[in-house]
Design a protein around this ligand. Structure first.
Ligand code: HEC
Ligand code: HEC
Ligand code: HEC
Ligand code: HEC
Ligand code: HEC
Ligand code: HEC
Ligand code: HEC
Ligand code: HEC
Ligand code: HEC
Ligand code: HEC
Length: 324
């Protein structure tokens, strides 16, 4: 679009605004055409928007939301610009303005933006319980993370590259991924979304209903960890209840740790003693008896590296005590 055309428009807008009493100047041709051919409900189509929003319009054909325009199969309220911003007729008649377009995101609350997007994305993202997610409840709405017109990643229309996006609000997590033992997120080997669903998640079937922490559910409602660490999936003839019921993070720090194998505790045996603190027989029952059996005495250094003997700590098909 020529510069002259733009200045004519700007000129028209200023004249109409400054001089209320002076007779309205003629509308630019594409605008008056669009108004006269408006569909019921005031839908004027997307091409007229180019007249005044060339920057936004320019890249729109590459946007996944352009599909509705290209196919021509959607109803007007689900097509193109008006699919999100609402019918444009009044906006054209007023020669623009924020207040005249039904959905101007700069004037909308996060809740309204969420409702707008869920008008079409209800099905794909509600399974994740988005309305109750920690993000929605803290007013982090779709457009905090997605940028429809100025996406940094063409795929998923993210406002920034994923890790930068998440670290932007979760500074403390960055340092966890810089610890000596960590998952390689900062190195670009994996993403937050390999384990989290930023749209939320229903209560976990593991961890006995602790806060879901938006940890993604993989396959049959299992922990996302098992997508990659599939050898820990089982089912095992002899399950270690802690793995199945409490979940991996009862022993491991999922992001990073100063301890080898991402353990939460500096040594293996302190990890185990959180639960196996019943004394007699070194069992699980916390029966208050503090004496150790001579054949299995945790005070002896020999017994402190539990997993040198209990090697199949995640579950075993051969031994009830995970010894092989
Ligand atoms: C998928 C929904 C959606 C579609 C489709 C859409 N927009 Fe937007 N638009 C937004 C959102 C959300 C914003 C707020 C800024 C942001 O988050 O990127 C916005 C912002 C704007 C703005 C404000 C200024 C700016 O550059 O951010 C203009 C103007 C605009 N859109 C025009 C259009 C036009 C013209 C079209 C069609 C070519 C269109 N929009 C299609 C969602 C949409
Ligand atoms: C005659 C020029 C003109 C046409 C045609 C036009 N707009 Fe606008 N539009 C404007 C002006 C001027 C503004 C106000 C900009 C401002 O105040 O920052 C505006 C603002 C907007 C905003 C508000 C963005 C925000 O959140 O602040 C949206 C959305 C928008 N237009 C969408 C559209 C859509 C969709 C179409 C096509 C149906 C369209 N416009 C056609 C001139 C126009
Ligand atoms: C906290 C940031 C964040 C918020 C808030 C958010 N998203 Fe997303 N969204 C993402 C990320 C990151 C991805 C990419 C997921 C991936 O890499 O697998 C994504 C992917 C998507 C996808 C494509 C893949 C899919 O899951 O279907 C859609 C559609 C989507 N988001 C829509 C929305 C809508 C609609 C909202 C608001 C109701 C929203 N998002 C809110 C971060 C967010
Ligand atoms: C009028 C219906 C409609 C509305 C409203 C809508 N979308 Fe979409 N959105 C779609 C369709 C259709 C697709 C394309 C799905 C496909 O690729 O098959 C899509 C795709 C997406 C994608 C996925 C891009 C990808 O690479 O997979 C994201 C992210 C997204 N929309 C975000 C949003 C956000 C944020 C809003 C609100 C500002 C929004 N959408 C509003 C219909 C809509
Ligand atoms: C290897 C899987 C994994 C990856 C990758 C991952 N997380 Fe997590 N994250 C988890 C698990 C599991 C929890 C729950 C931990 C718990 O409840 O003890 C969690 C908890 C969280 C929490 C809430 C706990 C707290 O400390 O307040 C935030 C915030 C978080 N993750 C952000 C992120 C961000 C941001 C990224 C990417 C930079 C990321 N996570 C990558 C698995 C992961
Ligand atoms: C605009 C800021 C913002 C962005 C961007 C953002 N978050 Fe959050 N996130 C929050 C807020 C606010 C909370 C809720 C308060 C809290 O727990 O810190 C939250 C909470 C979380 C939680 C904890 C949920 C719980 O139940 O405690 C996880 C996990 C999380 N975000 C992951 C992510 C991931 C992954 C990304 C990137 C895809 C991301 N966040 C992007 C602001 C953001
Ligand atoms: C996307 C694949 C992927 C997911 C999902 C994943 N991991 Fe990992 N994990 C790896 C890779 C690859 C390594 C090897 C370390 C490296 O070089 O990055 C690793 C390393 C580990 C280690 C340390 C192993 C060692 O020998 O030091 C532990 C423990 C671990 N992951 C636990 C988990 C837990 C718990 C979860 C879920 C919260 C999880 N992982 C999710 C890929 C994944
Ligand atoms: C009861 C505590 C506990 C639970 C629960 C647990 N782990 Fe472990 N895990 C350990 C210990 C202890 C080690 C270190 C073993 C060693 O030093 O030989 C380990 C080592 C690992 C390793 C590296 C060595 C290997 O065997 O590959 C990975 C990967 C791992 N765990 C993943 C997981 C995943 C995934 C889950 C959830 C399905 C999980 N862990 C649940 C205690 C646990
Ligand atoms: C979160 C709690 C928890 C942690 C941490 C934990 N366990 Fe367990 N462990 C259990 C429970 C619960 C059982 C099942 C008890 C039952 O079936 O009666 C069990 C069973 C066992 C058994 C089989 C005993 C039997 O009588 O069937 C062994 C051996 C064992 N754990 C070793 C370990 C070792 C070694 C560690 C440290 C790497 C560890 N556990 C960490 C909770 C835990
Ligand atoms: C030198 C090898 C070895 C080491 C090290 C070892 N165990 Fe054992 N553990 C065994 C053997 C063998 C048995 C079965 C016979 C017995 O009870 O003495 C057993 C039995 C158990 C049982 C089942 C006992 C019961 O009565 O329920 C638990 C629980 C257990 N060990 C936990 C641990 C923990 C926790 C550690 C680390 C502090 C540890 N073990 C270190 C070899 C070992």
């Amino acid at each position: 679009m020529g510069v002259w055309k733009l200045s004519v428009i700007v000129c028209l807008i200023t004249t109409s605004r400054l001089a209320g009493q002076i007779p309205q100047p003629a509308l630019p041709r594409p605008v008056s055409d669009a108004i006269s051919s408006a569909r019921p409900g005031g839908f004027v189509g997307s091409s007229v928007c180019r007249t005044c929003h060339p920057d936004v319009f320019q890249g729109f054909f590459r946007n996944p939301h352009y599909k509705s325009v290209a196919s021509g199969k959607e109803t007007p309220e689900k097509t193109g610009c008006e699919g999100c911003h609402g019918p444009g007729q009044k906006h054209l008649e007023a020669l623009g303005g924020k207040a005249t377009i039904p959905a101007a995101f700069s004037l909308m609350t996060p809740r309204q933006a969420l409702d707008n997007c869920l008008g079409c994305h209800g099905k794909d993202v509600t399974r994740s319980d988005i309305r109750h997610s920690a993000h929605s409840q803290s007013e982090v709405a779709c457009n905090s993370c997605h940028s429809v017109h100025r996406a940094a990643t063409p795929k998923f229309l993210l406002a920034k590259r994923q890790t930068d996006l998440c670290y932007g609000c979760h500074q403390n997590v960055r340092s966890q991924f810089s610890m000596p033992f960590k998952h390689r997120v900062n190195e670009g080997f994996m993403n937050c979304t390999d384990c989290h669903n930023p749209h939320g998640s229903p209560s976990a079937t593991w961890r006995m209903g602790l806060r879901p922490r938006m940890v993604a559910h993989a396959l049959g409602n299992e922990e996302p960890c098992l997508k990659c660490h599939s050898d820990k999936r089982g089912p095992f003839a002899y399950e270690h209840a802690a793995v199945r019921v409490d979940g991996c993070e009862v022993c491991h720090s999922p992001h990073g740790a100063t301890n080898a194998k991402l353990l939460r505790r500096t040594t293996v045996f302190t990890t185990c003693l959180e639960c196996h603190n019943g004394a007699e027989g070194f069992g699980r029952q916390a029966d208050g008896i503090t004496s150790q059996s001579p054949s299995h005495d945790m005070r002896s250094p020999r017994y402190q590296n539990c997993t040198t003997c209990h090697v199949r700590i995640h579950g075993s098909n051969a031994d009830r005590l995970f010894l092989r």
